[in-house]
Write a protein that binds this ligand. Structure first.
Ligand code: ADP
Length: 298
């Protein structure tokens, strides 16, 4: 197991930041740790990277205990902190050489991480002259310098413009093919774009832990239908398994069903029987955004 967290609680004085959370992450998964600000994401990352000790519970990284084998844990981990601390006066290559020496990594690894993170065109520049996206690449390259099994990224795309965001996400996804990646974020789209699995945390507790493919496969479906005429919402509630109906605009209705059977044929029959025409009919997936809002709204 790459990461194993068992009933971890962390209190800051009276503030409970993590409340008895448990999960495991297998090798080679990209897991998103998603939660609103203050949910406890950074606290967990700091525990996994051995910067903080939990109040109770145990965390293992690469089967080493974060509390009693912290050096082994640190060797197994690459960590990109949210602030991405760099030395702005250093040249890219010089900085990575410095990181390699600090981590007792081989010097040949410097070129490998430069290639891996797409830094080749910028490697002779001073860090302070790089764009935010390239600074983030340098942070990632440094995190990868000791070829760690596990990569921990705290809000890795904060402050990037849309193009940089796309590039860094693609880079993380690529790196995730060979590493276990745990990344924290408060951005749902980030998880949808990069991750295989999402763990949603709210107020220090895990409120969902799902593979992305299962998220799209819930036993719930939302169908958006546009008729050529207004109809009472209550009439649409007559459908078997309908749990909610909303008139979203004009003659467009969103009907939620608690059923895994495709309900579109039933809507066609309904329209036919009632002399209505269907102008558009779309089966929507319950989005991660809706799930996130529902789970973190209190
Ligand atoms: P997130 O990363 O999800 O935004 P954090 O782990 O930073 O959440 O914080 C979780 C909770 O713990 C918040 O209520 C925060 O105010 C509190 N907290 C974090 N660090 C400290 C600290 N050093 N001292 C006191 N409270 C803290």
């Amino acid at each position: 197991m790459s990461i194993s967290v068992t009933t971890i609680t962390k209190n800051y004085g009276k503030q409970i930041a993590l409340d008895s959370i448990s999960f495991t992450i297998r090798k080679g998964e990209i897991t998103g740790f998603l939660g609103p600000n203050g949910a406890g994401k950074s606290t967990l990352m700091k525990i996994l990277t051995t910067y903080l000790k939990p109040t109770s519970g145990e965390a293992l990284v690469n089967n080493f205990s974060t509390q009693t084998q912290s050096l082994d844990v640190q060797k197994s981990i690459g960590y990109l902190a949210e602030s991405n601390p760099l030395y702005p006066e250093m040249y890219v290559r010089e900085y990575l050489k410095f990181q390699a020496e600090l981590n007792s990594a081989s010097l040949s690894r410097i070129n490998e991480v430069i290639t891996l993170t797409g830094l080749t065109p910028e490697m002779t520049k001073k860090i302070k002259h790089l764009s935010k996206g390239y600074k983030q690449r340098v942070g990632l390259a440094a995190a990868l310098i000791n070829d760690p099994e596990v990569l921990i990224l705290d809000e890795p795309t904060t402050g990037l413009d849309p193009n940089q965001l796309k590039e860094i996400r693609a880079l993380i996804k690529n790196i995730g093919k060979t590493k276990t990646v745990l990344l924290s974020t408060h951005i749902m789209q980030e998880v949808e774009a990069i991750c295989d699995r999402v763990i949603i945390i709210n107020k220090g507790k895990i409120v969902a832990d799902k593979k992305m493919e299962n998220l799209r496969d819930e036993n719930e479906q939302i169908i958006e239908v546009e008729f050529d005429y207004r109809i009472e919402e209550i009439a649409l509630m007559q459908f078997n398994k309908a749990t909610a109906v909303k008139n979203t605009r004009g003659f467009v209705y969103e009907i939620t069903f608690s059923s895994s059977i495709d309900m579109r044929p039933a809507i066609f029959d309904f329209a036919h029987d009632n002399g209505l025409k269907i102008l558009q009919l779309v089966k929507k997936n319950r989005s991660l955004e809706q799930l996130f809002q529902q789970l973190t709204s209190n």
